[in-house]
Write a protein that binds this ligand. Structure first.
Ligand SMILES: O=C(O)CCC(=O)C(=O)O
Ligand SMILES: [Fe+2]
Length: 348
């Protein structure tokens, strides 16, 4: 495996501080700019999210996924609503890029998803499609408070990150604030586990298919079980595991579109981690900070190449809807340039 690849670590502490120090923030912004151009994945330390909050999230996730499958299935929602429980093999992430998986089998993760509801913004009359009501699993009473606490923290960190991104891109301070003040936010908690009986077909199994994330930035908590792989600029897949105490972040489609590809919406996937012939259970929680549903993503003037952009304007909600249709219903979006990158990647 190619060893030059590294996910840079950035201490976001100066931006989280009560009284930010301008020179320290400028240093952080410069590091972010470099990391976002070269890799599109960053390990964030100094994020200020208490260890206890993260431990409680992990415990909530464990308690939920330990429920019997039939109980969990009671929390399913329709394919147009990005909420509730998704059983193993009910979704295919590579189809969000329009790329069918080689095995034609869906991804084996199971997930439960919650997000910001329209009722959080009573004056705005937000559409239920992007801001659907949540289904909380009442069978695990500790789930909701633990997940809500983490959700608020991840939201706070995302808001800090987009302020740092504006600085890193040389934009006016707070440039993105008006585009994220009623942001679509979704926390997708993933469990990669399989019954013993299914392990024989391991060659055909995909934990989560290759995809880019749909929004602005994702805050990704993952345990340290291997499996996550990132497609580097060298067209090879690289294993990524978070360091102790770090949260991964990665950029989504909106950032690649705004910057005309200067910043990378990095393709990633999850392979089944197999140790001693057994699939190891792995858990993650991806907080997607997607931006206002009605914000138009149009390439920043400073990022046009000879006045041109490779990406036509699109609203945040339109982009997400086309991706979800691929992932949940198999309706492939067409002509996505990232699909070519997946097809060109080294197959190992
Ligand atoms: O499980 C992981 O580490 C990645 C999850 C992910 O990429 C996603 O939910 O979009
Ligand atoms: Fe992802």
């Amino acid at each position: 495996m190619w060893n030059d690849f590294r996910v840079p670590t950035v201490d976001i502490g100066p931006y989280v501080a009560d009284v930010p120090d301008a020179a320290a923030c400028a240093g952080v912004a410069a590091q972010l700019d470099r990391a976002c151009q070269e890799v599109g994945f960053v390990q964030i330390v100094g994020h200020g999210i208490p260890e206890r909050t993260i431990d409680d999230l992990a415990a909530a996730l464990d308690a939920f996924f330990a429920l019997p499958l039939e109980t969990k299935k009671g929390y399913r929602r329709g394919p147009a609503e990005n909420r509730g429980y998704a059983p193993p093999k009910s979704e295919s992430l590579s189809m969000s890029l329009g790329v069918p998986s080689a095995s034609t089998m869906n991804d084996f993760y199971e997930a439960i998803t919650v997000g910001t509801e329209a009722s959080a913004f009573p004056g705005l009359d937000l559409p239920e499609t992007s801001y659907a009501r949540n289904t909380w699993p009442e069978a695990v009473p500790s789930f909701r408070p633990a997940v809500e606490e983490y959700f608020l923290r991840a939201q706070g960190l995302s808001r800090v990150l987009v302020r740092a991104f504006a600085d890193a891109l040389g934009l006016p301070p707070g440039y993105f604030d008006g585009l994220v003040d009623h942001s679509i936010e979704v926390l997708k908690m993933n469990n990669y586990a399989l019954p013993e009986s299914e392990i024989r077909v391991v060659d055909e199994l995909t934990g989560m298919g290759a995809h880019t994330d749909f929004g602005i930035v994702t805050v990704l908590w993952a345990d340290q079980v291997p499996g996550l792989q990132v497609l580097g600029a060298d067209s090879r897949w690289h294993d990524v595991q978070p360091c102790d105490g770090a949260l991964l972040i990665n950029l989504g489609d909106a950032m690649a579109r705004w910057t005309n590809g200067r910043w990378r919406s990095t393709i990633h996937r999850v392979d089944p981690p197999i140790v001693g012939g057994r699939i190891q259970r792995r858990r993650s929680a991806a907080f997607f900070f997607d931006g206002n549903h009605d914000a138009v993503i149009e390439t920043l003037s400073g990022c046009l190449a000879d006045g041109e952009s490779g990406y036509p304007p699109i609203t945040i909600a339109e982009n997400i809807a086309s991706k979800l249709a691929g992932m949940k219903s198999g309706v492939a979006p067409v002509g996505l340039r990232e699909a070519e990158r997946v097809l060109a990647a080294d197959t190992h």
